[in-house]
Ligand binder design. Structure first.
Ligand SMILES: [Zn+2]
Ligand SMILES: [Zn+2]
Ligand SMILES: [Zn+2]
Length: 335
């Protein structure tokens, strides 16, 4: 089992998960050019290579989306978040939780950008169903859903997939957002939700909007810290992704597909992370669920590592214009 250790300097938790070092990878070490061809455990016909599915969606006996337990979990097992003092500045806790793999297409060579409407909707429905299930576990406070695309973004297997990590504490990044929502609500004002306010302000400004339909808006946010960063905001205010209306989930899945296709059209098939943020399980704190898309075009250097201040070399206004142009080219292209 992995172990959580508290960084006494920053107050942030670190997970030590040495078992994950033994997991197989499609990607050769960084300096070797070509990935080796290998047997893919996520392809149709290889279902026996993964633990039995937790969820499976499809029709006519063929799955389109599958959720399976991760064979090399970073977090595993039941148990309360019991912090133990093991030295004057050493605190640790067992790394309990759930770690699952979301295989969101049977197509080994596809990506989220290639999903059809049905798959894009099913992927979000699968995330919703798993979040509902995770919320039943008393020891899991929060579930982080992610998609890592490309080696530079942390993917170890080529077959497109996401991950759901249910963890026994609320992580710092999410807590920072929760604090902002709480502070905005405490201030009162006509729009107590900071993300509803952002949505309105970005639509008014117009400059950074790359997708807007009646259920979801995608922008390159005013405060973008990395080039071509995107923020997917459902119009309907809802703290928990698991409580979102099915049409909102479907729209977010498709909007994500469309903007990722624009990103690929613009920059080629580069690495990116997709990060789903939703309120902690069973929490009634103010929040508004959303999705971050973080292309990995640059690496974090010393200044960023030392300060947490990221230097973005592409203004979000330019990024949005480039992405809109790429989208136009895609839609003009004959089918
Ligand atoms: Zn595969
Ligand atoms: Zn809101
Ligand atoms: Zn967020």
């Amino acid at each position: 089992m992995s172990q959580l250790r508290l960084n006494a300097l920053t107050g942030r938790w670190v997970a030590i998960a040495t078992d994950r070092a033994s997991r197989p990878g499609d990607f050769a070490p960084r300096l070797e050019a070509e990935p080796l061809p290998r047997h893919c455990p996520f392809c149709p016909g290889h279902e026996e290579d993964t633990p039995p599915a937790l969820e499976s969606y499809g029709r006519d006996g063929h799955w389109l989306v599958r959720v399976v337990p991760n064979r090399y979990p970073a977090f595993e097992g039941q148990g309360a978040f019991e912090v133990e003092q093991v030295g004057p500045v050493f605190q640790q806790a067992p790394g309990t939780g759930i770690h699952e793999v979301l295989i969101f297409t049977p197509d080994h060579d596809a990506s989220w950008a290639d999903l059809d409407d049905r798959e894009a909707g099913l992927a979000l429905a699968a995330i919703r169903d798993r979040l509902e299930e995770h919320a039943e576990h008393g020891s899991i406070r929060y579930t982080q859903t992610i998609v890592n695309h490309g080696r530079e973004a942390g993917a170890s297997l080529e077959h497109p997939h996401g991950q759901l990590l249910g963890i026994p504490f609320v992580p710092e990044e999410l807590q920072a957002e929760l604090d902002t929502f709480a502070a905005a609500e405490a201030l009162g004002g006509p729009e107590p939700c900071v993300l509803c306010a952002t949505l309105d302000a970005e639509i008014d400004a117009g400059l950074r909007v790359i997708h807007a339909d009646d259920r979801v808006v995608v922008v390159c946010p005013f405060w973008s810290a990395t080039p071509y960063e995107m923020l997917v905001i459902p119009r309907h205010h809802e703290p928990h992704l698991a409580d979102a209306a099915p049409p909102d989930l479907v729209s977010v899945g498709r909007a994500l597909r469309d903007v990722l296709a624009s990103l690929v059209g613009l920059l080629g098939d580069g690495a990116y992370n997709v990060v789903f943020h939703t309120a902690p399980h069973n929490s009634d704190e103010p929040f508004h669920w959303h999705v971050h898309v973080l292309p990995r075009l640059t690496s974090v250097a010393g200044f960023e590592a030392g300060t947490g201040v990221l230097i973005n070399i592409v203004a979000p206004e330019q990024a949005a214009e480039d992405l809109r142009d790429a989208q136009d080219l895609l839609t003009e292209r004959p089918a």
